[in-house]
Design a protein around this ligand. Sequence first.
Ligand code: BDP
Length: 694
Amino acid sequence: ESGENLWLRYDKVSDNVFDDYSVLETLYVEGNSPVIGVARNELINAIKGMTSVDLDLSKKVSGSSILLGVGLNEKIDVQGLEEGLESCGPEGYVIRRVGKDKETQVVITANTDAGVLYGTFAFIRMMQNEEDISAINVVETPKYELRLLNHWDNLDGTVERGYAGHSIWWNREKDFNDLRDHYQIYARANASVGINGTVLNNVNAAPEVLTDEYLEQVVRIADLLRPYNIKVYLSVNFSSPAVIGGLEDSDPLRDEVREWWKDKVEEIYEEIPDFGGFLVKANSEGQPGPQDYGRTHADGANMLAEALEPYDGIVMWRAFVYAPSGDDRAKQAYTEFVPLDGKFHENVIVQVKNGPIDFQPREPFSPVFGAMDETSLMIEFQITQEYLGFSNHLAYLATMQKETFESDTYAKGPGSTVAKATDGSLFSQKHTAIAGVANIGRDVNWTGHHFAQANWYAYGRLAWDHTLRADDIGKEWLGMTFSNEDAFVEPSLNIMMRSREAVVNYMTPLGLHHLMGWSHHHGPEPWTEIEGARPDWLPKYYHNASEDGIGFDRSESGSNAVVQYEEPLASIYNNPKTCPENLILWFHHLPWDYTMSSGLSLWDELCYHYYDGVEEVRLMQKKWDRMQGLIDDERFEHVRHKLKIQSREAEWWRDACLLYFQTFSGMPIPAELERPVHDLEELKKIKFDMTHHN
Ligand code: BDP
């Protein structure tokens, strides 16, 4: 039980549904493209695993059968099929069941082979979850057109912020063909949730990825993923023309540079006709970009867009920009990008992190959402847990992503959620897209922590449909990955659903952020001082703790970041009395004795949150221990072990932050709470060694 097969295990279904499921005996397939082939094989294997039935491939529609393919509406007269197909778009699907018992048909159809593939996986998922399939009538359309994973994989095989081993893509030890089976699991897993694109290398991109040596590998990967409807994309380094092309510079307005990109793009499309396009991190954290030549982000993005345009390629241009000398870091993406609204070519999508700073356990949504109505904007989430305990902590991220999706930007009045501001329903975007920074590595279970697989899964499900509920997705995943038994699913889901808030509480409650260790970002270091370091990379920049109080004043008396939000949000955030308390120290610097809505002082409230976080993890441990025997021992023990680490680290976080902040507040930890188990001076000496955690 290594976990390698993710949620695609296809174990035998229970007696409750067995009879109904095993009625389906024949399979009629329309079409024979590689994509349809994948759908067909998946269905055959899944049904075999779940019901032991070997589906008979039939050349005509007869008996109790499953029908799969494009254009079935012309073969079989089923009410509602036409309408479904008219509304489900290029990658959506329609599933209908007609007839009964031995004369029943399940029709899985779509406008394209890709839609059929997704419909097939959806049908399999229903069976994995033992749903009632006696009267299926489903029409589904994905909310975003491009649903991507971003791998932050380096060409030397390491993974930036990867906690599940080395890169699956850039690996010299093994021959591509030896990894084929493993890659196929990756491809199936993505197809099963509808992910249709993957960026193969780190946003901190090595220019060499565009040289023959590496492009060969890209071609191999593209060929392998194509039948699963997954396109490959590359992160590119803006200085590539100079570094690998030998040009004098990479000025986007110079003809020679533009030609170089056009030639490079042509070269790529010769080998990969459906290549997706480029992802670019420019003029951000030391990466080169158009501003090196006095040009704008739009100049840079448009140059690449022009090169890609003849092939329908896309540029995803990141808005993750900030400079140490500038204004409040939280304001900088908005300040730089909003004035460029309307200046980007149609095949450029500006990729914006969910929050204004950087993937913290809790941030408000980035104010860029809703503020650029003439630009295609996409949201970027981080699935890898850089700031949420690496692969050691169980933190189910769907609840966090839902929080962002459902945040109201008020861009076009109430109800203008971040989801709507990015999925094309509020603004007429040329393209809609979403990206998640992958948590995948070469660990046998792919993600280090068995429960981190849920974050890959849930991201994909939400990318398909952001209106799905986090608990429903969690339940699906548990059922497919471990067991459908209530005795297991209920408590385990409960653990998942409380996990993210637990992390927020023991790490950064009440809107605190970026208190983590210098550079590696693991563990608490609110005290860090590093000579000559960028101030905006140090926790003190964010928490501002002093004898006067704690928090970042982003109200109008401070950095005034609040005005980047639409009214009434700007006013709500501006006033500590109306600001949601879970973000209060994000927007305000408040005295230690400030009275919170609970009636407690800010200091006491902070203490209770930190202690709560630790208690929550202990509760998660207790709940998990009861799962023994309900699933296999191997995965049970693995998770148990990880929870122990999480519990210890939660205590470490709590003690470190509270003992450190106490040096300013001078106030006691409330009497009924247990005493810290660490000494501040001891904790300050801990030097985290990355090598043990990668
Ligand atoms: C930060 C990471 C850094 C990434 C950067 C990014 O610490 O490794 O390169 O985000 O998104 O959170 O570009």
